[in-house]
Design a protein around this ligand. Sequence first.
Ligand SMILES: [Zn+2]
Length: 474
Amino acid sequence: MNYETIIGLEVHAELSTKTKIYCGCTSEFGGQPNTHCCPVCLGLPGSLPKINKKAVEYAVKAGLALNCSITRASRMARKNYFYPDCPKDYQITQQDFPLCANGFIEIETKNGPKKIGIERIHIEEDAGKLLHVRDGSLVDYNRAGVPLIEVVSKPDMRSPEEARLYLEKLKSILWYIGVSDCKMEEGSLRCDANISIRPEGEDKFGTKTEIKNMNSFKALEKALGYERTRQKELLDGGGTVHQDTRRWDDSKEMTFVMRSKEHAHDYRYFPEPDLVAISISDEWIKEIGQSIPELPDDKKKRFIEQYKLPEYDADILTSSKKLADFFEECVKYTDDAKSVSNIIMVEMLRLMNEKGVEIEGLKITPQHIGKLVNLVNKKTISSTAAKKVFDEMFTTGKDPDAIVKDRGLIQNSDTDFIKGIVLKVLSENQQSVADYKNGKDRALGFLVGRVMKESKGKANPAIANRILKQELSK
Ligand SMILES: [Zn+2]
């Protein structure tokens, strides 16, 4: 039978506020266990929480960027659960009045753009961390009380791939607007998924399972793919899907039952009595809205229009705000945006990757990249030489003019000089000459390469090409 897959995601993102959500403790990642704690975040008797205004601001900012409506009057609730990672035995979260609701994210699918609905975004506190060792369990409350937003999607995704695209887009937006660093490896972005299948054409939802512990985009897609197949095989074999919470095991590439519905929690929510209600004015929303920078999709569209870049380039350059800003800085120094894009995408990102350098650690400056492009366009240096210059600029941060001068890379367009090299190369590569004459056009490229190498990258490639063809046709 053919089935339709229904997926919804619940994403937790830690907010990048300096302090925790209900006290003044630092929200910094790591630190010696239990050193970022105070009576409030540990829930000691007599302590009173106070809400962090910045956390509310960041949540509203996320809501606006994700096309949500903002709840003007909101309040916090206690969610009761008893587990050692929760020092108070309850979590202060939101139940009936989430700060933001009814938004959407647009993803690019194979069949064109698709809107994935967002049901709600609420703020809450993070829990502590448990570490299970041989003789028992240890607990670190440094993370307890770090502000989170939980972004709950509508069950609008129809494939594991759509779920991944949604999560990627969500991550890029939250990162762009600066409300979360979204580091999946440090747990500041975490994702749980609900998945069910139903026979194609059916309106009623099938029984869903919840999958936890997917800590990369790849793991999310794999886990959902695995779970979809598992449910399909169960139904096709005449079985039924149970409403389980399952854990994804990345090394075994399988999901396992964590708990079944019979053990489902009853959280006994009630309004948090220690915190005042949250009231959000129209002016504040407007102010927050004005602090939202251009979002990735808009930036991408603008890059295509303004700089006449192919979509592929615009996609890569706007994948991070810092990279996009860097590109725009370069374009201030040259009018050849496409060449700048090529250098950034091919040379710069490759070297950054190889050497593990981030944008903020770069020695090379946008002005130097602009200059380099102009040197090539004015035919002062060849594109072969430009690669060498770039490598040196990247390592030393030197000005390209100085490198070109020091290394004597100025392009040579002197036909006699180039002809001399061409004749030498031809006499040394008789086999390639014969190949070319036998119709193997590829041999020409090889010979041009030899000429460039022999001239130490200085020969003007267009002239070298022309003279080579002339000599070969003799
Ligand atoms: Zn504290």
